[in-house]
Each structure stands twice: as C-alpha cells, then as structure tokens.
Write a protein that binds this ligand. Structure first.
Ligand SMILES: C[C@H](O)[C@H](O)[C@H]1CNC2=NC(N)=NC(=O)C2=N1
Length: 103
C-alpha cells in the first residue's frame, strides 16, 4: 500500500514551480494551458499524457477546446498539491514535447 502523500506547504510548492516554468498555482491546483498546432495533435498530446498518468497512477484534470489544452493537477485523495502533482507536471511537459517533436 503506497504511503499517502502529504500536502505541500506554500514554500514547497513555490520551490517546485521554480523548475516548472510552464505551470502556475491556483489554490490547491497546478495549472498549465497550451496551444496545440491542430486538434489531432492536441488529442495525441492528451493520449501521451494519459499513458504517463496511468503509469504514475496520478491523473490530471484535462479540458480540451479545439487546440487549447488546459491541465489542472491536484491530489484528490488529500485535497491539495503534493509531490505527485509536481512529478506529473514534469511528465506532462515531457509527454507534450515528445509529441510535438514527432509531429
Ligand atoms: C486509489 C486512487 O484512485 C489512486 O491512488 C489515485 C488515482 N489517480 C489520482 N489522481 C489524482 N490527481 N489524485 C489522486 O488522489 C489520485 N488517486
């Protein structure tokens, strides 16, 4: 049984975001919005994110509007931002970059 992650402090979140320039915090979530070049590529990005999230057993909230993708990350089990959200943000950045570099 994996240990439940602890909610991070404001300072810990700010420190983590130093390494995640595409992301910002709003309340209990980390947010990123990006523009895909077209709708199919955006869907491929979301599919790549889904694989990474499933591998981590930690999943983003995703909003898809044509080419605009909104990602919101929070740890629902503890009702706040944890290290899992910071790790997922980095995984999302890597996943979308991989799709872009192969499109
Ligand atoms: C049992 C529970 O569903 C799992 O530990 C995971 C699934 N994916 C998850 N994703 C997110 N964002 N928060 C969670 O608390 C979470 N829990």
């Amino acid at each position: 049984m994996s240990k439940r992650p602890e909610r991070l402090t404001d300072q810990q979140i700010a420190d983590g975001l130093q390494q995640l320039p595409h992301w910002h915090r709003e309340g209990d979530a980390l947010l990123r919005t990006l523009q895909a070049p077209d709708f199919p590529t955006g869907i491929r990005m979301v599919a790549a994110v889904a694989d990474a999230a499933e591998a981590m057993d930690h999943h983003p909230d995703v909003d898809i509007r044509w080419r605009t993708l909104h990602f919101a990350l929070t740890t629902h089990d503890v009702g706040g931002v944890t290290t899992l959200d910071l790790a997922l943000a980095a995984a999302i950045d890597a996943a979308v970059d991989t799709v872009l570099s192969s499109s």
